[in-house]
Design a protein around this ligand. Structure first.
Ligand code: BJW
Length: 255
């Protein structure tokens, strides 16, 4: 299925999109898969196959083996720094120019939505490009070359860690508040490229559904959200999103 013109969308979905005034979009690792960034659960292959997400992305895992966790983040940072947004990211950035209110809520830490030109992006799980002191929680800008792994905070000498949200940690209050607010006001809610298993992000489509929004899921696989979605579009985000833009708004790729 390579030709966008051949992808058949439900007419009611297209009508709902054309009438929408507020669209909220939750994204997960799947939207960045076509940029070459392994999805979170895919990343548990190869070099990292022996480690569970909880071991690599939790305060307990970091306390047990800080060097292992730091190396994993260094590995991911390298992949992310060499990647570019894909047609899925660009399609969402263009949607902002058509619909009066579009909010992106992302679980991703890669910054690719912003790089694609999206202006209103809420980062639920932080950003991998930033570091902070694991003790003081203050951002640390500069890491000296040749330092220990992980490097140490220049002030208190505690380990530096990525400024992301690990299992068991609270999400930034302003981000989750904004995410709930925009989910509770939208006409259409997209859930794109997420396995819908990690909370509280996984609860946002239900906030939207409970207030009457249409739920559109884009994912090659079924997820726990699929039975509750109004429309489930099985396929890759980098293919489906530009096709949807074209059919709903006669809008072409132009990046
Ligand atoms: C494609 C595609 C293509 C492929 N196109 N699609 C309520 C109930 C139960 C548990 C909890 C609960 N509340 C809190 C919890 C505990 C926990 C949790 O949810 N655990 C579950 C696993 C059960 N949550 C937390 O701890 C959160 N904190 C919190 O709630 O604080 C208060 C509290 C604490 C403790 C107890 C109770 C309350 C924090 C969660 C932080 C998650 N952090 C991570 C790491 C971030 C930093 C980093 O990136 O390193 O976030 S874990 C990881 O999972 C990462 C992701 O953002 C997140 C979601 O993963 P995602 O994006 O869905 O990726 P994948 O890989 O799972 O799926 C990819 C999908 O894409 C697949 O479906 C593919 O099919 C699809 N796909 N190619 C479209 N081309």
């Amino acid at each position: 299925m390579n030709n966008p013109d051949k992808f058949l969308f439900n007419n009611e979905l297209i009508k709902a999109l054309r009438n929408a005034r507020w669209i909220t979009i939750l994204t997960g690792a799947g939207i960045s898969a076509e940029s070459g960034i392994p999805t979170f659960r895919d990343a548990q292959r190869g070099l990292w196959a022996n480690y569970s997400p909880e071991e690599l992305a939790s305060p307990e895992g970091f306390a047990r083996n800080p060097e292992l966790v730091w190396n994993w983040y260094e590995w991911r940072r390298k992949i992310i720094s060499e990647s570019r947004p894909n047609p899925g990211h660009y399609a969402l950035a263009r949607m902002e120019k058509i619909i009066p209110q579009v909010n992106i809520i992302t679980q991703n830490v890669d910054g690719l939505h912003q790089l694609a030109g999206s202006l209103d992006v809420v980062e639920l799980h932080g950003n991998i490009h930033r570091n902070r002191c694991s003790s003081e929680n203050t951002l640390v800008d500069e890491i000296l070359n040749g330092e220990s792994k992980p490097p140490r905070c220049p002030r208190c000498k505690a380990f530096i860690r990525p400024d992301v949200v690990w299992f068991g940690e609270s999400l930034p209050a302003a981000s989750i508040e904004r995410a709930i607010e925009t989910s509770s006001k939208c006409d259409v809610f997209f859930s794109i490229g997420t396995s819908s298993v990690v909370y509280p992000a996984a609860s946002l489509p239900f906030v939207a559904r409970n207030q009457g929004a249409i739920i559109v899921e884009i994912n090659p696989a079924s997820t726990p959200l699929s039975p509750y979605s109004t429309y489930t579009l099985h396929g890759s985000a980098g293919f489906i999103l530009p096709a949807l833009m074209k059919v709903a708004w006669q809008e072409e790729e132009s990046h």
